[in-house]
Ligand binder design. Structure first.
Ligand SMILES: Nc1ncnc2c1ncn2[C@@H]1O[C@H](COP(=O)(O)OP(=O)(O)OP(=O)(O)O)[C@@H](O)[C@H]1O
Length: 257
């Protein structure tokens, strides 16, 4: 089954030119896809279309086979969770309270938000806190956490949503090397569909089964990392000279102006 599908999608701001043009791809359930490209190529904008923030100007975005704009926001949120660079501004909430917000789309009525979650919800929240190594931080106000700790809280919140698809915008930002590798290993082990923007091409090549490379709002390459991250594609995407050393276990990228 296809988890996420874009058919001839274009998007631009009201009255402005297209920022994304003619984007088509289908992500089967369970696939891990990285989106790479230069600053301004359209990576975050593409994610906004996938997580139902921007409606396409032309074309269709489907989630689990259904037009994402023909289902309600809570219904979409039961299938798809997003971990974004912008973080909650309610710094007074504790880490646990932020993680608990992930249960909201599963409750009846949106008002139930911050009441103490009981039974099954509490177990799901505790499991996500444990999984993201947040037990010692759970009762700290979100605003007192470091950037990396906050990022882990946001991933835990996404896990409590129990989605089929998780999209992440630069998830390794703020994370030290160990937490970067741990997060990517964890995402791989979830058996969910994962779509993540990644600036680090080495991480993308190691982590993703498939890489979509964007340039100027269009798909420049789409395929397994060995073919999508070619020297020619990288030179075109990033306007640099690229060299890839594939003699080791993992490719080593080097770049020159
Ligand atoms: N709402 C908007 N109105 C006008 N321009 C926009 C809007 N959203 C995005 N853009 C422009 O679209 C282009 C793509 O932006 P986007 O944030 O998707 O790039 P990106 O590939 O994620 O870049 P980065 O690597 O810098 O995060 C940029 O030039 C940006 O300024």
């Amino acid at each position: 089954m296809t988890a996420v599908e874009l058919c001839d999608v274009s998007w631009g701001p009201k009255g402005g030119p297209d920022i994304l043009s003619d984007i088509s791809f289908a992500v089967p359930q369970g696939q891990i896809m990285a989106i790479c490209g230069a600053n301004g190529a359209g990576k975050s904008t593409l994610l906004r279309l996938i997580y139902r923030h921007h409606a396409p100007r032309r074309g269709t975005v489907r989630l689990m086979g259904r037009d994402i704009w023909r289902i309600s926001a809570p219904e979409a949120a039961r299938s798809l969770a997003a971990v974004l660079q912008e973080q909650p501004t309610d710094f007074a909430l504790t880490a646990r309270q932020i993680v608990a917000l992930g249960r909201l789309p599963h409750r009846r009525g949106w008002g139930a938000g911050l009441s103490t979650p009981g039974g099954e919800d509490a177990a799901i929240i505790d499991a996500a806190i444990l999984r993201m190594d947040l037990t010692a931080l759970a009762d700290r106000p979100f605003g007192t956490l470091s950037g990396g700790e906050r990022q882990r809280v946001m991933v835990a919140r996404a896990l409590t949503q129990q989605p089929r698809v998780i999209v992440l915008d630069e998830p390794t930002n703020h994370l030290d090397i160990r937490h970067q590798l741990e997060l990517l290993a964890l995402l791989k082990g979830l058996e969910l569909t994962v779509i993540a923007t990644l600036h680090d091409l080495t991480l993308a090549a190691e982590f993703a089964e498939r890489v979509l490379v964007l340039r100027d709002g269009r798909v420049l390459a789409d395929g397994p990392p060995e073919t999508a991250l070619s020297e020619a594609t990288l030179a075109s995407a990033f306007q640099v000279r690229a060299h890839i050393d594939r003699s080791g276990d993992t490719p080593r990228f080097s770049f020159h102006l």
